[in-house]
Design a protein around this ligand. Structure first.
Ligand code: TRP
Length: 335
């Protein structure tokens, strides 16, 4: 591993785009996995609010900084621990951008423009097809490889981006004699949190689809009330749609046995959605309540949050600078 004679542990990197607060999908799909990894002795974890990625789509410069703090506070409230993980904001480590630039010299424009994630964004924001957007996966590869990362906890939707990161790593290793590991995606148990609309996954960009980390019991109840259901009885439990999604949530928050119980009711005497939704709401809220309490404490303590970010940036830069210096040498630049 380059310049990492001291590196004894495998590295983990992941980032969250600062486009608003975390919801239940992010929490179960990503942050719970982060916590699982940070508690392993054999791993060194780095988690960032990736604000440089945020500016690849339209954003508000007046609220971006607060949005990054919100991500960090949600991380901390959910249980990420700055004693165990490096927690910071991407733009405080400018080496990410530098390495992304070097990487961009081995990536073709055609390949980037054919990625489904790029095409989706072009559709969403046809007036904002920028170089930064095209370069999104390259910057993400830099985020990951700058730390010689082995594991990336992220959703399945990020797999194409990870493939790009591996491709860049291979190209650099072959062409310049670097020694980047090929990063793998780390799948967490609850990765797929379904949408309340009954279609697809819980997402920030689909209104009415998500439960926010800060929702109170009443709000959760109201949101669950809107999940579309059926008569509650039939020969077969639906595999898609609102009922299927509700049952998935039951499994995630109340366990497999509870789900079985509900399925049995569906094919026998009938399932009462009122009761099911009420107990599901309680179960979700029970999981969120301690996070909400810690979040409120953090809001009263902005100095602490800034200290976490500054310390994290210092530690991250130490690693980042070492990698970058070595890469610059190998690429033939003056470092
Ligand atoms: N693209 C990721 C997302 O949209 C965010 C991200 C940026 C990321 N850099 C990363 C995730 C590095 C994992 C590792 O969710």
């Amino acid at each position: 591993m380059q310049n990492e004679l001291k590196q004894t542990k495998k590295r983990v990197f992941s980032g969250t785009r600062a486009t608003g607060r975390l919801h239940l999908g992010n929490y179960l799909g990503a942050v719970k996995g982060y916590i699982e990894l940070q508690n392993r002795e054999d791993l060194e974890c780095i988690y960032m609010a990736v604000d440089l990625h945020t500016i690849t789509t339209p954003y508000d410069q007046k609220t971006l900084k607060q949005a990054t703090r919100d991500i960090i506070m949600d991380y901390l409230a959910a249980g990420l621990d700055p004693e165990k993980s490096i927690i910071t904001v991407q733009s405080l480590v400018p080496e990410h951008v530098y390495l992304a630039y070097l990487f961009s010299s081995v990536v073709s424009v055609a390949q980037m423009s054919h990625l489904p994630t790029f095409k989706d964004k072009v559709k969403q924001h046809p007036d904002n097809v920028t170089m930064a957007l095209l370069n999104y996966p390259v910057l993400m590869a830099a985020d990951i490889l700058l730390y010689n990362t082995n594991l990336v906890p992220a959703g399945l939707d990020q797999e194409p981006h990870l493939e790009i990161a591996r491709e860049i790593a291979r190209k650099f290793n072959t062409r310049f004699g670097t020694n980047f590991p090929l990063p793998k995606r780390f799948e967490t148990k609850g990765t797929y949190v379904p949408s309340l609309t009954g279609e697809g996954k819980m997402s920030k960009s689909v209104s009415g689809s998500s439960i926010e980390l800060m929702d109170d019991l009443d709000t959760i109840k109201k949101k669950l009330a809107k999940v579309p259901t059926d008569g509650g009885r039939g020969e077969k439990v639906p595999a898609t749609g609102g009922v299927a999604n509700l049952l998935k949530m039951v499994e995630l928050f109340q366990g497999e046995a509870k789900r079985q119980e509900a399925e049995t009711a569906y094919v026998n005497n009938g399932l009462r959605y009122g009761d099911l939704k009420a107990s599901l709401a309680e179960a979700i809220f029970a999981e969120l309540q301690p996070i909400q309490a810690r979040r409120k404490e953090l809001e009263k303590n902005p100095d602490y949050v800034e200290r976490v970010i500054t310390d994290g940036a210092r530690k991250a830069r130490e690693i980042a600078k070492a990698t970058l210096t070595e890469i610059m040498e190998k690429v033939g630049l003056s470092s």
